[in-house]
Design a protein around this ligand. Structure first.
Ligand code: BGC
Length: 364
């Protein structure tokens, strides 16, 4: 008896939920919604890069708070099933907008499809969900990120006067469209050099889920197979860069072999200060979060915003309205820019171990 009553209540709640969601859907006319704006954000994990928890969450929270909009920001911790469950719960709890950083396009699309059916607006945040059809995409120009990495590695090798360097590529997750774009970017710089014989193409592998520990193992195997002959490492982000640096240190090769990165994490910047990492790419996540939050708030209020730009979803060939921000290359010479921008603080970067280097790099 008790059970069936509970079941009935649950059905009742679900009906109200979906009716309300339909109201949101009807509101595509922009006539103003009766539903209270509520934004659900799903971050991917907290290990593939420090950024998601230290930067994205913080800036998104601040943007929604400043606008007085309710938001629920959760992290799927690299669990695709949990990702779906979180999305379901957010929809049931009355989210009017879902903003996701997908773990792969397949599961991302499942979430977007469900949201659409329930009249919940969708935004792809940082990673495009291929075939997903989200209403907006907010990210950086990811091919430009890759080009900065490729050029950064070339500059470091030139400075070190390395001839015919063997390059190892430690790419991001094969299921992340960004990783593909980064690679397109850096290969556009490196491939002509491989083709002309100026550089030698070495191992080239993608790290599942951007997992840093796996990346370290993969790099160690690369170095063993190469009998130590790797002269430059194109690592797709700071986490993978640090994994490679750890192995280089074990082999007393750190500082000799330039390594790239991305995300301007405290660890990446410290590796640059130490001379073990040649560059990183700073992406002003605050701008990304602010832009995405502004779009989410507009959608939640039933408004439409023009982005002035689109990206083509290679799966559907459809144009997705997009905001793509500019990345910046960071070397020892301009680590101070990242501090000046407030992305990392001097206190977290310039610990006792790095104090002298910080002074040398003009970080005050
Ligand atoms: C992001 C990077 C991040 C990587 C791993 C990519 O999609 O654009 O900033 O380092 O995922 O989390």
């Amino acid at each position: 008896m008790r059970r069936s009553l509970l079941a009935l209540t649950a059905v009742g709640v679900m009906t109200v939920g979906s009716l309300a969601a339909c109201g949101g859907n009807d509101d595509k006319t922009g006539s103003g919604t009766t539903k209270e704006p509520k934004i659900g954000v799903i971050l991917p994990d907290s290990k593939s890069s420090a950024r998601w928890e230290t930067a994205d969450r913080k800036y998104l929270e601040a943007a929604f708070k400043a606008a007085g909009i309710k938001a629920d920001i959760q992290n799927a911790q690299n669990d695709k099933a949990a990702f779906q469950t979180i999305a379901d719960q957010m929809i049931t709890n009355g989210a009017t907008v879902l903003m996701i950083v997908n773990l792969d396009s397949g599961t991302g699309k499942a979430v977007i499809d469900k949201a659409r059916q329930q009249g919940v607006a969708t935004i792809d945040y940082d990673r495009l969900t291929l075939g997903g059809g989200a209403q907006y995409y907010v990210s950086f120009d990811n091919e430009a990120v890759g080009k900065l990495q490729g050029q950064g590695l070339v500059d470091c090798l030139t400075k070190k006067n390395v001839t015919k360097p063997v390059i190892a590529e430690l790419n991001g997750s094969p299921t992340d469209n960004n990783a593909t774009l980064f690679k397109n970017g850096y290969d556009s710089i490196l491939k002509p050099k491989y083709d002309s014989g100026e550089y030698v193409k070495g191992p080239d592998e993608s790290v599942p889920d951007w997992d840093n520990a796996t990346g370290g193992t993969m790099f160690e195997q690369m170095l063993t197979r190469q009998k130590g002959k790797i002269d430059g490492v194109l690592a797709a982000n700071d986490g993978l860069g640090n994994a490679a640096i750890t192995i280089l240190k074990k082999n007393k090769l750190n500082g000799k072999v330039p390594v790239t990165g991305q995300d301007a994490t405290v660890q990446g910047l410290q590796n640059i200060l130490a001379g073990d990492q040649c560059m990183t790419v700073y992406k002003a996540v605050k701008k990304e979060a602010d832009n995405a939050a502004a779009l989410a708030i507009a959608l939640a209020k039933g408004e439409k915003k023009e982005t002035g730009k689109t990206v083509k979803d290679p799966t559907t060939q459809k144009d997705v309205p997009a905001i793509l921000l500019d990345p910046q290359a960071i070397t020892f010479a301009n680590v101070k820019d990242v501090v000046a921008d407030g992305y990392v603080t001097k206190a977290e970067l310039c610990t006792a171990e790095f104090a002298a280097k910080c002074a040398e790099a003009g970080i005050s």
